[in-house]
Design a protein around this ligand. Structure first.
Ligand code: WT7
Length: 648
């Protein structure tokens, strides 16, 4: 923790949309009368038929139901594209920067409109209609934006699957939502390396019952050779040549689904987080404008992948609804060199830059010179998202990247929340390195103890949100009971975030990390249970327990305790084989950092694994293991400690 405070620079207080007094007044109004507040701000998007109802939400156990603007009719693609054509048709909507620094391209709103319509027609020609699910498994190329907006235009529900996921993970996500159409590319390109996306799609479809998927649309990215199944697969450019660039925007109810995005929880398979149309767009666009203090004409860059919610809300929907110029980057921070981010900022004159603590920590390791040799004079605001940012990384980001001139907005939110919930507003709220500071308009955080008692003043406990906001997820796709169970049963009547949190004497929030069996590896969310089930699927593994451990770059690393089948040798070879196995089962982001072969795991007499002990050992906190006397075999603990694997 750091006790440094950075006051709002005077210039910011004057020029930003919101200063301290306005924040206080608007926040007070937003929580006093949410209906009146959102009735007003819902108008920031265009409606074909205006809403007459605003908030209709219930967190009551057994009857959780969330509706916003429920009788309004609109279309997300219309709001992100068409409505800007008159005023800014020739303004750049998307700047695309390729993996290779010699490749980039600018797409105006008018061009975007034609591309989205064309893509929508290609989908429509394949029978895609309102309510259908379309899986998008693409690299960071403009077609990812076209495909998402094309779905929104038709009223189809997109499910974007990050290109780093394995065929196995992809097939699970395709079958869970029953999508009959997959959009992919021949290959992706990241850091100079090719990613076999189409081959992965083929392998994923092979894992599904015959005829599950009717259409695979393949965007040519590298031109690499891929297998095409006649009648099922088509190259996008060939299909697009046959259609026009005119396609009407479907009239969508505010509560019609917009997208599904799978995310990991503490138990079971990934959940299909469902977001709907009106409330989501109002919230994504409003937070984008106020949190980043986005002014017309500015160049805004969020480095996330569209496969994550950050890419949905803050590369695509929020910025485009606001008529912004949003930069989309195909590559990685260290290719061709560790100066890449800063070079892209200079090349495209980026004003607002939003990235993740893990990227900052890894670039920090390379020292200041790769940053300082670039200008970055265009920058005026920096942002952070994905995990708690440690004060050292915050200070480096502020001093070296932002040259003490740019405020940092540390934005706390989740896939489930649709948009940012706790964050500084740069013209209004002072900064404390490591704190996400204060709630956005309409957001009512509370800190509760284990029993659910609401704590007052400075305190530490679990973070809940007392009432709904428009961007909130509406359900788990196909499993409303799981939605209620996961988020509303721990503290009945409140949304439980899964995060621990401290509130200081100024009322500032400091997120301390997950309090459930979810770990955060380089800002990617991982259920320990998912990694465990991948490990036990290996024929030589009898049991596995996975926990997080502190990792200098990734924030948390993956520590796996593995018990082998009788007679199996715990070799270095097998260790490598298991890492490769998990990569294949889930994807590279789930690779265990450390594997400890354990003859036995610490279990209670009823057979429950005591993860608390495993966590402490992985954290090197051998003194604070707590009471181990209730273990069925307390002796296993010594063996676990003696064979603790070292951090790399
Ligand atoms: C979890 C949600 C929301 C975008 C990316 C991650 C952690 C996220 C912060 C932050 C501290 C953060 C939380 C949260 N998290 N942002 N600024 N400070 N923690 O979305 O994959 O749904 O993960 O990420 O633990 O619960 P996600």
């Amino acid at each position: 923790m750091s006790d440094k405070v950075y006051d709002v620079p005077a210039a910011w207080a004057h020029k930003a949309y919101v200063d301290d007094a306005k924040y206080k007044a608007m926040y007070a109004a937003s929580v006093k009368d949410p209906n009146a507040f959102w009735a007003e701000h819902g108008k920031r998007i265009d409606w074909f038929h205006p809403y007459t109802k605003v908030k209709n939400t219930s967190y009551d156990p057994g009857h959780v139901s969330i509706k916003w603007f429920e009788d309004g009719i609109t279309n997300v693609a219309y709001n992100c594209v068409d409505r800007h054509l008159d005023a800014r048709g020739d303004q750049v909507a998307i700047i695309w920067e390729g993996d290779d620094p010699s490749e980039s391209k600018k797409i105006t709103y008018r061009e975007l409109s034609a591309e989205v319509n064309r893509f929508a027609n290609v989908l429509r020609n394949r029978g895609v209609e309102k309510g259908d699910r379309v899986t998008i498994y693409l690299p960071m190329i403009p077609e990812a934006a076209y495909a998402m907006l094309a779905c929104a235009r038709l009223g189809a529900i997109h499910s974007v699957v990050f290109g780093g996921f394995s065929p196995d993970s992809l097939s699970g996500r395709v079958s869970d939502c029953g999508s009959k159409c997959i959009v992919t590319a021949d290959e992706g390109l990241r850091g100079g390396r090719k990613v076999p996306l189409k081959a992965n799609v083929d392998a994923a479809i092979d894992l599904l019952p015959a005829d599950s998927v009717d259409h695979v649309i393949v965007v040519r990215r590298t031109g690499g050779k891929v297998d095409m199944t006649p009648g099922r697969d088509v190259y996008y450019d060939e299909a697009a040549a046959l259609v026009t660039d005119e396609c009407p925007a479907e009239h969508m109810n505010a509560e019609d689904p917009l997208f599904i995005l799978y995310t990991s929880g503490s138990t079971g398979k990934p959940k299909g987080v469902l977001h709907t149309t009106g409330g989501y767009l109002v919230y994504a666009s409003m937070t984008h404008q106020y949190v980043f203090d986005y002014h017309p004409g500015e160049i805004y860059w969020c480095t996330a992948d569209v496969g994550w919610v950050t890419g949905h809300s803050y590369i695509l929907y929020g910025p485009l609804a606001n008529g912004a110029t949003t930069l989309m980057f195909e590559g990685v921070p260290n290719y061709p060199s560790v100066s890449r981010f800063w070079e892209v900022i200079d090349k495209h004159q980026v004003n607002i830059f939003y990235t993740a603590p893990t990227a900052i920590r890894s670039l920090m390791q390379a020292g200041e010179e790769p940053v300082k040799k670039t200008s970055r004079a265009s920058l005026r605001l920096l942002g952070s998202v994905g995990e708690p940012i440690n004060p050292e990384a915050w200070e480096w980001y502020h001093r070296v990247v932002g040259e003490d001139r740019c405020p940092i907005v540390d934005t706390w939110w989740q896939t489930e929340t649709g948009g940012i919930l706790i964050t500084p507003l740069p013209g209004a709220i002072k900064l404390k390195p490591g704190s996400a500071t204060l709630p956005f308009f309409g957001v009512m955080p509370e800190v509760v103890d284990a029993e659910g008692k609401v704590l007052a003043g400075a305190c530490e406990g679990n973070l809940v949100i007392a009432d709904s906001w428009p961007g909130q997820m509406r359900t788990v796709y196909g499993d409303h009971e799981r939605f209620e169970q996961t988020y509303f049963s721990t503290y009945p009547g409140k949304y439980f975030t899964g995060d621990g949190c401290r509130r200081d004497a100024d009322g500032f929030y400091w997120i301390t990390g997950r309090v459930d069996d979810v770990i955060n590896v380089s800002g990617h969310r991982m259920g320990t249970a998912e990694v465990e089930s991948a490990l036990v699927a290996h024929p030589k593994v009898s049991e596995a327990a996975v926990v997080g451990f502190p990792h200098d770059i990734k924030g948390q690393g993956i520590y796996a305790y593995v018990t082998l089948m009788d007679g199996m040798e715990p070799t270095e070879e097998l260790r490598k084989e298991l890492v490769a196995w998990v990569r294949k089962e889930i994807g590279p982001i789930a690779s265990p950092d450390l594997i400890q072969f354990a003859p036995g795991l610490p279990k209670t007499r009823s057979g429950k694994i005591m993860r608390r002990i495993l966590r402490k050992i992985a954290e090197d906190q051998f003194e604070s293991l707590g009471d181990t006397s209730t273990l069925a075999d307390p002796g296993v603990v010594d063996d676990l400690i003696n064979n603790r694997q070292n951090k790399r």
